[in-house]
Design a protein around this ligand. Structure first.
Ligand code: GTP
Ligand code: MN
Ligand code: MN
Length: 382
């Protein structure tokens, strides 16, 4: 007998931004199966099919009960025919043959392997697969044409595929705060992404930098990057500057919503361990850092870091946009557009009928503008 009433079950929203989704949920086996199917569809370039599986998984993640029968699915949004079939198989047999076949397929395994290289996306991975390449060794032997990011990705493959712990993320915050303090005292460094949602580990560290005096942040990112580089903290960096001319044309900026026009930098940090602490060892990272000793790889670890700089007035939008999850963000924008006639991105909220930009001093105010109940970061794990 389930505790939830029929009414509770009918109230599951088709938008992730209206569903509270904690990190730990009750339908892991089902969501893993659906997410494998979503991944496989993405590997095939079928974005729509991938999104459908992803949405179905996301709905199940928000349920405060465990789905035990296929009949329960009738109450739920976003569960398509194919997802229903996969769920049914898993519920009845404990496993889905279709999912198992995907997991065992050479193409899926190879694609997954290649896409774990930083800088490699579906296009590159699938091209390499078509050329008959299967392993990392094949890439090197075949002299596959590698971009700068991919070369760094290959060089640090092991480190970048071992999870970043919270203690390591906090150490990176300290390093970046020290760099920022030298050029702009009073600027803040905020940990966003999965760590802000309460994840104990992640694939990277997402940092958002701002300063309470609007305009002071201009030019900060390049100074910070140069300093970090000069101190041997960076193994790779690629900076993207915002197009400030385009910003003056607000109509244009609305039409460019797909692009993130905040200054940002995708980088790989060299995180140093204090004396006596060794990479992979049982001791947690402790505060305090030193310069890299390139001779001994057990004393440092390569860590992916995303740095974003936002003007103060855009900070709440950037914070909301970079906290994730991706499913949550996608639905927040879809909800804004379809239910509110507003365009939301990582720097603004625009009302398309009133033709005005809505300002906000906090994430809470953005939710208010959208007529949404506030969702704390810990419940955005859609
Ligand atoms: P882990 O890093 O695996 O712990 O998960 P995560 O949720 O932190 O994922 P990720 O670091 O990939 O992204 C964090 C958030 O940043 C996501 O919600 C994305 O929407 C956002 N994000 C990532 N890349 C970009 C980008 O290029 N532009 C914008 N606007 N947002 C991005
Ligand atoms: Mn992240
Ligand atoms: Mn990131």
């Amino acid at each position: 007998v389930q505790a939830e009433s029929l009414e509770d079950r009918c109230q599951v929203s088709p938008y992730a931004c209206q569903r509270r989704t904690p990190l730990a949920h009750k339908n892991q086996v089902l969501t893993e199966a659906l997410e494998t199917m979503a991944e496989e569809a993405r590997f095939c370039g079928s974005e729509g099919r991938s999104l459908a599986f992803s949405r179905a998984a996301s709905v199940l993640k928000s349920l405060p009960w465990t789905v035990r029968g296929v009949k329960e699915l009738h109450f739920l949004p976003c569960i398509g025919e194919h997802s229903r079939k996969i769920i049914q198989e898993v519920l009845e047999d404990g496993t889905s043959t279709e999912v198992e076949n995907v997991r065992q397929s050479e193409r899926y395994q190879t694609m997954k392997h290649f896409m774990k290289i930083f800088g490699v996306g579906v296009k590159t991975a699938s091209q390499w697969y078509q050329e008959g390449l299967r392993t990392i060794n094949d890439l090197q032997a075949h002299h596959a044409k590698l971009g700068k990011a991919q070369q760094a990705g290959l060089l640090h493959y092991r480190d970048l595929n071992s999870p970043v712990k919270r203690s390591e993320a906090e150490a990176i915050v300290q390093v970046v705060q020290k760099a920022v303090d030298q050029f702009l005292p009073g600027a803040s460094v905020t940990l966003t992404g999965g760590f802000r949602r309460g994840k104990p580990s992640g694939h990277d560290v997402d940092l958002l930098i701002t300063h309470p005096v609007e305009g002071q942040e201009v030019g900060l990112l390049s100074k910070v990057i140069s300093w970090l580089d000069s101190q041997d903290f960076l193994l790779y960096h690629s900076t993207h500057r915002n197009a400030s001319q385009a910003l003056e044309d607000q109509e244009l900026s609305v039409s460019m919503t797909a692009m993130d026009r905040l200054d940002h930098c995708f980088s790989i940090f060299c995180l140093n361990y204090p004396h006596g602490s060794i990479k992979g060892g049982s001791r947690a990272w402790e505060p305090g850092y030193e310069l890299k000793d390139p001779g001994d790889a057990t004393l440092w670890k390569a860590v992916r870091v995303d740095l974003v700089v936002a003007p103060y007035s855009q900070f709440p939008f950037a914070l909301l946009g970079w906290t994730g999850s991706r499913n949550f963000e996608r639905d927040l924008r879809r909800f804004s557009k379809h239910e509110k006639k507003m365009v939301l991105n990582s720097h603004t909220l625009y009302h398309t009928e009133k033709k005005i930009f809505l300002s906000a001093a906090s994430e809470e105010e953005i939710f208010q503008h959208l007529g949404l109940e506030f969702m704390p970061p810990e419940e955005r794990n859609a």
